[in-house]
Design a binder for this molecule. Sequence first.
Ligand SMILES: Nc1ncnc2c1ncn2[C@@H]1O[C@H](COP(=O)(O)OP(=O)(O)OP(=O)(O)O)[C@@H](O)[C@H]1O
Length: 315
Amino acid sequence: MGVEICVEGLTKSFGHQVIWQDVSLTLPAGEVSVMLGPSGTGKSVFLKTLVGLLKPDCGSVKIAGRDITRLREHELYEVRKLFGVLFQDGALFGSMNLYDNIAFPLREHTRKSESEIRRIVLEKMDMVGLIGSEGKLPGEISGGMRKRAGLARALVLDPEIILFDEPDSGLDPVRVAYLNQLIVDLNAQIDATFLIVTHDIASARQVPDNIGLLFRRELVMFGPREELLTSDEPVVRQFLNGRMQGPIGMAEEKDATQVEQELAALGDGDTTQTPGSRALTPRLLPGPGITRPPRWEAIARHEAELRHRKAVADA
Ligand SMILES: Nc1ncnc2c1ncn2[C@@H]1O[C@H](COP(=O)(O)OP(=O)(O)OP(=O)(O)O)[C@@H](O)[C@H]1O
């Protein structure tokens, strides 16, 4: 079972530049959460702060009850073993084949025998669909395969928490769909706590239990997926519908009058311009062959009920 991460009053700045302030949220144990936000709002900085790579100015990050912002480096080293991190480009060593890349954390952090390492590496490569590619170098495979290799490497220490930094960046929509299914299947199989930073709204709509949105140096909202998807908050609506009208501008925030005019002009056309903009996209469920733990059984029942209600309403 994954562990809960409880963030309270977290503020981070670099020099005079405040990245975000007073961020409070709880990532529930074993659930999948997504963090959204326009470019440069500090999502990657947030991930790095959770894993203790960056120190916040103030606030706390409690993981399994311990505030990691107050730990010394050697204590942090232990806490970091709870984490698996999938970096944007997979962060693989270019000169090592996939097998050695994936084995790396086991050789670095454990005293396991090579035969035990082999068993674990092949198990994780199987989970992400990379069996047969053990001898390939990162430069010889596609971006999607590199992501999956990065994911296999993030899994080898059996993490309680997995952080994904834009897992879908640079992938075509079909690969993104496969990766999303893999993420959901993995969550059902290993039950760890997942936090995904993404710009992909389709993924954000169907993969997580919870969604958060960073904007204007603040956490605008964090809550259950359904709450965010049906929210009236203008920033949330603009972001989830990927449109220009609203408070988020190209380079900086727009002034209030302009936002008001844009939203008024959008008026009732809002939902027709972006069909299903407030619709509750069905949740992606673990694929066939994946045993659904009780949590996923409950989600599947809830989804079935929503579909039934919609069918009745449409009839
Ligand atoms: N080590 C650092 N020192 C100084 N400034 C930094 C550092 N790391 C990040 N920043 C700044 O923090 C801000 C937020 O960066 P971050 O990469 O977290 O944004 P992001 O929301 O992940 O963006 P994107 O969606 O484009 O990936 C940027 O202005 C960046 O320049």
